[in-house]
Design a protein around this ligand. Structure first.
Ligand SMILES: NC(=O)CCC(=O)C(=O)O
Length: 302
């Protein structure tokens, strides 16, 4: 089928049951003990709900260490119902009537492994499942060599999900480096991008803040990132950067963690998006006569 290149129209109006709410980013200390990680995550989500959070976000790979050699032994079958990690998320979301962007866990499906984020609604239902689209691969001799594609298969679907707290676009860590993804999410009406992540010490120090602010500023929306805490005792070659953050639509840092375990809570006020877009109307200033973004999957679907 030939691909028809059509530019994307203006972002649809924002819709959410509530205009202002608290979001919690749980920067968890992860250990090799999966049951312990699940129990710990539950406790942190409950504490965040008690503190008033309506949306709780977990890190990339929170039920086991982010180490490619051991990840497969922790993988769970989400669709087949064999996922203690996702069951816990459903239970706690339903018990506390909150939305949970459940970080990511290694998912086993049809003999393949995916790096997968489930979004859970306040009834405990899985509202969306995002499989990491862009697998992280880096080779800087003498610094860092890492290849997710030796272990994971990349996902094939973009994920924009309607929740009680509005429309959320999901990406996992390295997905944040691809601006087109966030632009497509914005064009599909997302007001918040959530990126469960696990940046490393090299690229984290240099680029982590910049990436988050860029995605927020380019698209005039909120960006939330959530990382595991750094394990300074770990002998793993992959040391995690931490620094989970909430960025506002003007690029302002609304909340940020250091590298230790922490739950940070920030406020999302959706009216800020409209204000920023009104004050600085990038959408009407952009030059659709000179460049265009194409939503390939929508074009094929139509
Ligand atoms: N877990 C990841 O995808 C890491 C991405 C990363 O560090 C980067 O620089 O990109």
């Amino acid at each position: 089928m030939a691909l028809v290149s059509v530019s994307i129209g203006p972002a649809p109006p924002l819709q959410a049951k509530t205009n202002k709410y608290k979001i919690a980013l749980c920067q968890l200390q992860v250990t090799p003990d999966k049951d312990g990680n699940i129990a710990h995550a539950r406790a942190r989500i409950e504490a965040a709900a008690t503190a008033g959070a309506k949306l709780v976000v977990l890190p990339e790979i929170w039920n086991c260490p982010y180490a490619m050699e051991t990840l497969p032994s922790y993988a769970e079958d989400i669709d087949g119902g064999g996922s203690p990690s996702v069951s816990m998320l459903s239970e706690v979301a339903a018990a506390r009537k909150i939305t949970v962007v459940g970080g990511s866990i290694p998912e086993r499906s049809s003999g393949q492994l995916f790096n997968t984020c489930c979004v859970i609604g306040p009834g405990g239902e899985i509202k969306a499942k995002h499989r990491k689209l862009h697998l992280f691969g880096i080779d800087i001799p003498g610094d860092i060599t890492f290849r997710e594609s030796d272990t994971f298969t990349a996902g094939q679907e973009l994920t924009v999900v309607d929740t009680d707290v509005g429309r959320i676009g999901i990406g996992i860590c390295h997905d944040i480096r691809f601006p087109e993804l966030a632009m497509l999410y914005r064009s599909r009406g997302a007001h918040l991008m959530c990126y469960p992540s696990a940046f490393n010490m090299s690229t984290g120090k240099l680029l982590w803040d910049l990436m988050q602010k860029s995605r927020a500023v380019d698209n005039q929306l909120f960006v939330a990132t959530c990382s595991p805490a750094r394990d300074t005792n770990s002998h793993s070659e992959y040391m995690i950067w931490g620094h989970s953050s909430l960025i506002g639509p003007f690029g302002e840092v609304l909340a940020a963690a250091g590298h230790e375990e922490a739950t940070i809570i920030g406020e999302i006020d959706l009216s800020l998006i409209e204000a920023v877009r009104e004050h600085l109307p990038l959408e009407t200033q952009s030059r659709g006569d000179l460049y265009r973004l194409v939503d390939v999957q929508r074009e094929y679907a139509s």
